[in-house]
Design a binder for this molecule. Sequence first.
Ligand SMILES: *Cc1c(COP(=O)(O)O)cnc(C)c1O
Length: 394
Amino acid sequence: MADKLDFIRQELDALRGQGLYNTIRTIDSPQGAWLVVDGKRVLNFCSNNYLGLANDPRLKAAAQQAVERYGAGPAAVRTIAGTLSLHVKLEQRLAEFKGAEATISFQSGFTSNLAVVPALMGKEDAIFSDELNHASIIDGCRLSGAKIIRYAHNDPQALEQQIQQAQETYRRGMVITDGVFSMDGDIAPLPAVVEVADRYGLLTMVDDAHGEGVLGRGGRGIVDHFGLHGKVDIEVGTMSKAFGVVGGYIAGRPEIVEWLRQRGRPFLFSSAVTPADAAACLAAVDILEASTDRVDKLWANTRYFKQEMRRLGFDIGHSETPITPVMLGEAELAQKFSRSLFERNVFAMAIGFPTVPRGKARIRVMISAAHEQADLDQGLEAFAQVGRALGVIG
Ligand SMILES: *Cc1c(COP(=O)(O)O)cnc(C)c1O
């Protein structure tokens, strides 16, 4: 009889054959401009540590103090015995920082999406979703049971057409978009999306995982970037990217936050982040409020790196943010490029299908305020050498 798991082996072999098998490297150092990967010191072009906070001494000290004061684990879900004063304080500080009416924190950005969409939408409802939305949004939408209607990427006119076509077929409607699209680095045209949604009385939600700490005044995110305070019903944030820790949250109208405390399933049925995490997040918010230096450096690094990559002749897509896709086409070329960079002590991941469409494989470079100019120059030199060796640039 055939082994029940043969189908998995076949799928894995197929991935390897197509250059789509994901080899996961192991890090043995703190996150920063440089990492120790598989025993080797390499320049880090992979992390979402936009502001270099993941190994910041102030975050580490806050985490250590919280462990001393509150212990290691939360010991219960928040609705039973797991809400610490640290969680409540974090929600207050995030609301102040964002200029939002209320916030509620979750274990991650992923669980925030799984919490909020099913809490608000059901089988009779319709969700209009940008076709390139993040997997966690898609999963949240699926869990809700609502009808999911995809609209063409970043196209408010296409959104309006879809809304008109679907009119009167649903009870409630919601429009959901990523703020910054993580694979291309482009920004959602949020004012136009909100304007269309408002005209049809639909709820609006933006997932700002890659805009948090990056866009807006001092990194206050996409709603601040566009001056849309009070105009977006739900803003999803993560603490695992620019904030350098882990966790997620929803910012928005108080009614929504109150409802999520009653009906957000990851809130009710899964424990919250640990005291150390919550305290480190609080320290990150303090740092962002105190100064824009890190955000400014992130953007200066971004401008420099992109300008030099273009000068070398690379196609870096149409990113408007520190996310820098180096477009290579076939997945095998992207993987080969990534391996050659690694031989030159540069760690930059190849990304292929299904994370991006077939034929649009790339290396994604993540710029950080942790990088110094010398780091960026070293990375650029490696890209130039590999690009020429593989015939990508002249
Ligand atoms: C990274 C990301 C998430 C997940 O955030 P975590 O806090 O790591 O779970 C959710 N949404 C978007 C758009 C993301 O880019």
